[in-house]
Design a protein around this ligand. Structure first.
Ligand SMILES: [Zn+2]
Length: 54
């Protein structure tokens, strides 16, 4: 488990005014989606990011 999880699958676990908390279905980490901006979230999954995944 030394490889950094790219959190390919997340789900929203809580939502506050302008913050969404998401949980990674792979590693179980919970973080707010503001930190997660650069990555894809749920329906915003972009297929064209494939080349960034090793
Ligand atoms: Zn993860």
């Amino acid at each position: 488990m030394d490889t950094a999880c790219k959190h390919p699958k997340v789900r929203v676990v809580a939502r506050e005014e302008d913050v969404e908390y998401v949980e990674c279905l792979d590693c179980g980490q919970v973080f707010d989606s503001n930190e997660f901006r650069d990555m894809e979230i749920e329906e915003e999954v972009a297929q064209e990011t494939e080349e960034d995944i090793k």
